[in-house]
Design a protein around this ligand. Structure first.
Ligand SMILES: Cc1ncc(COP(=O)(O)O)c(C=O)c1O
Length: 476
């Protein structure tokens, strides 16, 4: 197939050039009816923000331009079928779980997975078997799950239907997914991969292998995160002997809008062309640019530049301050210089670099200047691991999702929570691994850990109750 083609984008431009008169949705009528003050900013997008008109196909039943564009995507990733998603990896994760697992079935799940995975499991009424990820003490972040912990979980739960993994993690760390997939397939376990942060992964040297190339059954990617696609634009790839393709289609139709955005879909077509025609010389150029950026960062005395132990995503660049300031404060300092980064945690600040083409420019000097100028060489501290928690490696729920939906919730003091079933997620940062999840039994050691973390100044995601030494539990 000719990867230079962009069938959906071309169809959209052809329609735009007709300068047609709109008596159809959306209400802005190709931009003719819009608030005047904002018009000029939006006009070029409003021109192509149309609906399922003749020649523009239908995402939910594609037979023309969208079918061709999705076929090109599947061809590039060498999978049986690929889908465009207009509601992010969030909808892809929900659909892949609903299509694969039924109520009461056991599923191995990486404990620190994205909330869309947890929501999918809850919607289906699955029985999750959580596997805690490894914790990286240099980076102070959760990595991936190991083959050893998966083998241990399978021994304890031999009837598991599927494994759900996040690959790579937010910081670009990858696990040995090949070994994990071949072990799971030997045991007839379906492998579902949330590759939200790895849409640019491929089969070529210089970037980690994509889960699609490693044999995963279903893979979901946020094209908008690392490819030049519009926000919310994502892909779902199907390449399985064990998952029913029709069920994936049914759930995507059920969960996605019946009025999908054409600008987003066209950007997915263009992003596929971008990566499929991305040449070896472009990748070498980008990697060299990143190498130079890292060299410059390495020379700044107040900064520690982190490196992967083995392989990782070169587009992700993580730094820590060697001074007394936290990752959050370092991020704010950079914002004073107009530099906005992807995320910060207690220790780290994460930059995501783009896939440049030969000759493209990217303003790295501004970052180097801001870091040199903005951070005083003040008091140096060594990174402490005081927030680290010791999670149970393999765990299950005390109360099923269905039971949870039927129970009332109350807030009790932590001191009275032992033996109750938790009704909220307690996620301390660091390490970002849930300490308790809804439906889990609260043990004495959980309470002790929470007290310890509070004393150590750890932050909790959504933990308003926890700060007050209280916790949400289900009624007995
Ligand atoms: C690991 C992971 N999976 C899924 C998602 C959801 O992706 P999206 O924003 O494309 O819906 C995210 C979002 O940050 C994520 O980090």
């Amino acid at each position: 197939m000719n990867q230079k083609n962009t069938p959906l984008y071309d169809a959209l431009i052809k329609h735009k050039n007709k300068k047609s008169i709109s008596f159809h949705v959306p209400g802005h009528k190709n931009g003719m009816v819009f608030l005047k003050d904002s018009h000029s900013l939006f006009q070029s997008i409003l021109d192509v923000d149309v609906t399922e008109l003749s020649g523009l196909d239908d995402l939910h039943s594609p037979s023309e331009a969208i079918q061709e564009a999705e076929a090109l995507l599947a061809n590039y990733f060498q999978v049986k079928k690929s889908f465009f998603l207009v509601n992010g990896s969030t909808v892809g994760n929900l659909a892949m779980i609903l299509a694969t697992v039924t109520e009461g079935e056991e599923v191995l799940v990486q404990r620190n997975c994205h909330k869309s995975i947890m929501n999918g499991l809850s919607l289906v009424g699955a029985k999750p078997v959580f596997i805690a990820p490894e914790f990286d003490t240099d980076w102070q972040v959760a990595g991936g799950i190991t083959i050893k912990s998966i083998q241990e979980a399978v021994k304890k739960h031999p009837r598991v239907k599927a494994l759900i993994v996040t690959y790579p993690n937010y910081y670009g760390m990858v696990t040995n997914l090949k070994e994990i997939i071949s072990y799971c397939h030997e045991h007839k376990i379906i492998v579902l991969v949330d590759e939200a942060h790895g849409a640019h992964f491929s089969r070529r040297k210089g970037l980690p292998m994509s889960a699609t190339a490693l044999g995963a059954d279903v893979v979901v990617q946020s094209a908008h995160k690392t490819l030049p696609a519009m926000t919310m634009g994502s892909y779902l790839h199907y390449n399985s002997e064990m998952v029913d393709l029709d069920r994936i289609k049914i759930y995507l139709r059920m969960l996605q809008s019946s009025s999908p955005s054409y600008p987003i879909m066209a950007s997915l077509d263009l992003a596929r062309k971008y990566i499929a025609t991305y040449e070896e010389k472009d990748l070498q150029y980008t990697l060299h640019f990143i190498f130079e950026f890292r060299e410059k960062l390495n020379k700044i005395p107040s900064i520690k530049l982190l490196s992967y132990k083995d392989e990782g995503d070169p587009l992700k660049i993580t730094i820590q301050s060697k001074t007394a300031i936290t990752g959050f404060e370092l991020q704010s300092k950079l914002e004073e210089y107009g530099i906005y980064t992807e995320l910060a945690d207690e220790f780290n600040v994460l930059f995501i670099f783009p896939l440049l083409k030969c000759g493209d420019f990217y303003p790295i000097e501004e970052v180097v200047y801001a870091l040199k100028d903005g951070i005083e060489e003040e008091e140096r501290i060594s990174i402490s691991s005081q927030g680290l928690t010791e999670g149970t490696c393999i765990s299950t729920l005390e109360m099923t999702y269905k039971e949870q939906q039927q129970k009332a919730v109350e807030i009790v003091p932590l001191s009275e929570a032992k033996g109750r079933v938790c009704a909220e997620s307690i996620i301390p940062y660091p390490p970002g691994i849930p300490l308790l999840l809804p439906g889990e039994l609260i043990r004495n050691d959980n309470i002790k850990q929470i007290h310890h973390l509070l004393e150590a100044g750890s932050r909790f995601q959504g933990g308003e109750n926890i700060k007050l030494q209280k916790i949400k539990v289900f009624d007995n």
